[in-house]
Design a protein around this ligand. Structure first.
Ligand code: CA
Ligand code: CA
Length: 159
């Protein structure tokens, strides 16, 4: 039984997955662990996720597959007028080969957001509820190695 290590930030726990996948397969993988693709509701979470991904090109849980231009978070929240960190000129839905409906953190743009074809292979970050985790000390020191609130998630039966 494989396990997925995750690191606490605010009310969620996040895991960088080190293999790459299409956006849809990334969603399926996170769901298999009992989570969703990571949502980024504020700047603090953006900075936390950037630290987590290192130099990797990474999917986040944001897409406009259902209605072009209407981006939705993986938890069902419309992006609306909420926090964004788009690269300049993005989202542009511009590709020679297909639509761009899935959002990644773009290393070449300082990990700002860019929409790109959902079939690309990227690393991705899964997000889990950290409710039920009773340890909530030192919320201001979550970036200190060894002081994060870690837990292990058992990989449940294969879908
Ligand atoms: Ca699009
Ligand atoms: Ca784009």
């Amino acid at each position: 039984m494989s396990k997925l290590h995750c690191t606490r930030h605010q009310q969620h726990c996040y895991s960088l997955v080190l293999n790459t996948a299409t956006f849809t397969d990334a969603e399926i993988t996170c769901a298999g662990y009992g989570g969703i693709l990571a949502t980024i509701p504020d700047e603090g979470t953006q900075l936390f996720i950037i630290q987590l991904v290192g130099d990797r090109d990474t999917w986040i849980g944001l897409d406009d597959r259902r209605n072009e231009g209407q981006f939705m978070w993986s938890d069902g929240t419309p992006l609306g007028s909420g926090y964004t960190y788009w690269s300049p000129g993005e989202p542009n839905d511009a590709s020679t080969s297909s639509d761009q409906d899935c959002v990644h953190l773009w290393p070449l743009a300082g990990f700002r957001w860019d929409d790109q074809p959902c079939e690309r292979m990227e690393h991705f970050v899964c997000q889990f509820s950290a409710s039920g985790d009773r340890s909530n000390a030192d919320p201001g020191n979550s970036n200190v190695p060894g002081n994060s609130h870690d837990r292990h998630l058992d990989h449940q039966a294969q879908q």
